[in-house]
Design a protein around this ligand. Structure first.
Ligand code: SF4
Length: 423
């Protein structure tokens, strides 16, 4: 997790990188058809008995007698489809298919572990790593940020399929990727703030590079510790670092990630996020910028439209317009009761998401050195449907104190005051 933005997957057979493009495309199309046939119009695999799945896997093993084909198809599908509309469906389908296949190396399979849409995420979830063959448990490095890398990598003869680079891991590639990432991060950071935060999860080389360029551009560099960052409460500049530090509750992280992914939030989602940010101490300008940045990303909405349709509501929550009363964050007990329909991100994740989805959300957002302990502590009350207690256990495990609060803003205030005192 310390690599931050870098995407890690398990290691494919290096031979796949030498495969000809037409062979890749052919295998992809067979595999896609197979995945679609398996899914039909229903939830992937879930309507089947384990016997059905076993017999399908036996057939598929015959069809793909060569292990190479399976791996090839798996990796190529994963890499090739990340930029299409079907990518989420395909990545999930491929992950399930592949995990079934890795379990079914014996001629007859009788005892497959049941995989469902609910317990398989787009990437290899940590709780399913045991289903991978040992040699695949190593990590390797791959990049799907086509736009980010294309100017840097066009001089290299890397295989490209459907806008995705397929690249062997090597130090030169890694350096290039870090450089590209640096340029992008630097640009976004300096647009909002000329300081570089002392983020302990940043790769040391990357940080050095960041610092050097910062110095060239701005002269003296001001470093801020996490403690200094929280001095002014929750700020837009410090938001990502605070998420990584575990200072935002999962309900807020889910809303922020949902907004960043879909470039929008529905009314109820906006209200929950805005009242949280207001009570957690974020200034109204920062809250507006946070929403605007996502809503208007990639030209999805003009700033003018955002101002007309959304800024007023934010100002209203802050009590700056209208009746000037402002609105506040609900208690956890009320948020927990408010179950979202499919596709919505409001409410409490501990109530509305599966345990595996919660684990995924924690492990992808909050770097931590002992996930098994952290997740086990969260899991205990969650299994008993004690949602608020599961949230408190998460906080307790990270900060070694209780939240002392009963709403999401108090969670963050308690986290920030602990950080101020401890670091
Ligand atoms: S228990 Fe409260 S603070 Fe924790 S995730 Fe649920 S709503 Fe948010």
């Amino acid at each position: 997790m310390s690599e931050g933005e870098f995407a890690f997957y398990t290691k494919p057979n290096p031979a796949i990188f030498d495969t000809q493009l037409d062979k890749l495309q052919n295998i992809v199309s067979i595999r896609m058809k197979y995945c679609r046939d398996m899914q039909g119009v229903k939830d992937l695999f879930t309507s089947e008995t384990m016997d059905d799945i076993s017999s399908r896997m036996n057939k598929l093993n015959d069809l793909y007698r060569l292990q190479e084909s399976n791996e090839l198809s798996y990796w190529v599908c994963r890499l090739a489809m990340v930029s299409t509309d079907d990518s989420e469906w395909l990545c999930r389908a491929e992950t399930m298919l592949y995990l079934y296949l890795t379990q079914s190396q014996q001629p007859k399979i009788n005892n497959l572990e049941r995989l469902t849409n609910a317990n398989v995420s787009l990437y290899f979830p940590p709780h399913l790593q045991h289903l991978l063959p040992d040699y695949q448990k190593d990590k390797y490095f791959v990049c799907k940020d086509f736009e980010l890398l294309s100017p840097l990598l066009q001089v290299h003869l890397y295989q490209v399929l459907n806008r995705v680079f397929i690249i062997k891991q090597n130090s030169m590639f890694e350096t290039h990727y870090k450089t590209a990432k640096f340029i992008s991060e630097f640009k976004s950071k300096t647009e909002i703030c000329s300081q570089i935060f002392n983020d302990s999860s940043l790769d040391p080389d990357f940080k050095q590079l960041l610092l050097k360029t910062q110095m060239l551009k701005f002269g003296a560099v001001q470093m801020q510790s996490m403690k200094e960052q929280v001095k002014n409460g929750l700020t837009l500049d410090g938001l990502e670092s605070l998420i990584k530090r575990g200072a935002l509750p999962l309900c807020a992280i889910r809303l922020i990630r949902h907004m960043q992914k879909f470039n929008k939030l529905k009314y109820q989602e906006r209200l929950q996020l805005t009242t949280y940010l207001y009570d957690a101490g974020m200034k109204v300008e920062d809250t507006i910028s946070l929403f605007k940045r996502s809503f208007c990303a990639n030209g999805k909405m003009t700033e003018d439209k955002f101002k007309k349709e959304y800024e007023y509501n934010i100002q209203h929550v802050y009590g700056n317009v209208g009746a000037k009363k402002g609105a506040h964050c609900q208690q956890c007990s009320s948020i927990i009761e408010n179950l979202p329909s499919t596709g919505f991100a409001f409410g409490c994740p501990f109530r509305s998401m599966t345990a595996h989805e919660i684990e995924d959300m924690i492990t992808t957002n909050i770097p931590y050195n002992d996930y098994p302990k952290l997740l086990a502590n969260v899991r205990k009350p969650l299994d008993l449907k004690y949602y608020e207690a599961a949230c408190h256990h998460l906080f307790q495990e990270i900060f070694e104190v209780g939240t002392g609060g009963s709403n999401p803003a108090k969670y963050s205030q308690a986290a920030m005051s602990k950080i101020k005192g401890a670091e």
